[in-house]
Design a protein around this ligand. Sequence first.
Ligand code: HEM
Length: 530
Amino acid sequence: MWGLAVKVLVALLLSPVVLRLCNFISTVWRGHRYLKHYPSPKYGILGILPALATGRGHRVFTQYAKELGPIFHCRILWLHVLCVTDPVLVTEAYNSKVLDKNRAALMIMDAMLSPQDHPSLVTAMSDAHWKAVRKGIAPAFSPHNLRQCFRHVVEAGQQVRSVLLEWGPDRVVDIDNVLLREALDVIGRVGFDRDMGATKSLGGGPASSNVIATAEAMHEVEMRFREPYRRYKIWRKDVREGKKAFDRYHDIEKWLLNEIRTTPPAPSTIAGHLLRIKDPATGKPLADERILPEIGILFLAGFETTGHTAAWILFLLSQHPDKEAKIVAELDAAGLLASKRQPQPRELVYEDLSKLTYLNAAIKEGLRMFPAVGTGTTRLNPKRDVLLGGKILIPKGSLIWMPTHAIQNSTSNWESPDEFLPERWLEPGAEFAAGSTGSGKGEDGEEDGDMGSETRRPRRYVPFALGPRNCVGQTLANMNLTATLAQLLGRFSFKLAEEMGGPEGVLAAERASLTVSSEKGMQMHCIPRG
Ligand code: HEM
């Protein structure tokens, strides 16, 4: 009798459920034990989840960093988190070979991107499949390839210009929506060799259903981040509506897949690259269910981030006429400005992009103050402890969080971070921590042997993240931002409409979901030059 009872007890103790539970308890306990010494904000039973659920998570982290310094600890539900704004640690965490993506949180995005919940480039662990896809599409963003695609960016910009001219200066225009559509058309062309018609429909046609469907699906992702078990509450109408939003997004992906299968895109496009990738597991081209989430993420990442960023930069310039005047002078000197003297300036060419030094500085400064992925990114190792900088222990299963807005707007990293100063980018090396030459320590405290290398040199500017999981599309984003803003600023000046309630109203409307945008859009008057 006792023998049987002992056997049952041992069997129970060794059962996978109990082992998992023990593992879970040990992770939570170790997170608490090793991270509790760091300063921490006040929070309740749910940790800082309620603060993040306000939709202003990026500013919450910036405030914490201001109060608590460059390393602080917090909790989200049961998960212990070490937040770092210190450039040395940020750079090491991003470059770490033993820290990876936090699948548990990113799986929420998989439901939006894949009908079968398959991972995508952004949400996958750094496994053989991710490596194959990343290696396969990276050449689509090479300078050579982008030069080939440049005309699409110019055409989208021309389309926007002609609509804004037609609308005239009195009309209040949501320039955020206009720029999202412009970026959508660019990704349609550069990514998939398809005309998405988003800027054409600005002139009076129906609103682009793609923009709306994407925004609704992203809203549902945000709600699921805030309410982790939301997807199971199917008795609620809003949850069912959210699921439908995902279905509509899947329809866009399926439509795009069907398009590229029936009329193959040019080999230089992103989709052209995607179709040539071989699945490492089968040695065959990627199956439809693995291509769909990649199409979904490239489409989403391709326009949401760039469109909102361009709108924030126009907002900043509308508040700083002296900085706008410097861009105007630069465009004038390059023959790209519409004026009484020159009502029809020449069209932008690819070679202009790198010569527009002040405009590029203003773009960098805009990305510093309003990074699209403002709340930041996270990494973890679920299996072992990791030592960062030779001294900071990240217990297994605890998160390390790099809050982009806080890193780029904290007084410990920047002088006058609240001031819009494109001039700081005219100095070489402004993205690195002041006085830095390289961390000197590699992972787990090993001597780096690579002192002062660009990769290891501590960075305080990380809008596109760093390391192996940095933004693969950043060259396209930068090309599109410079080209679009040069084309628009060469023909218009932008004035914030009264509807926004001044700059205070804009900042009050700022919301961080997957990307940072204004919940009121960006209502502006577009005043033609010349
Ligand atoms: C201003 C524009 C953009 C910003 C600020 C931005 C920012 C970022 C950031 C911060 C990450 C890292 C996410 C993480 O570590 O979890 C990322 C990854 C990524 N971005 Fe971007 N992005 C922009 C534009 C684009 C564009 C235009 C594309 C493609 C068309 C793109 C495609 C991707 C992809 C596929 C990844 C995942 C890469 C990987 O993990 O291998 N992004 N982006």
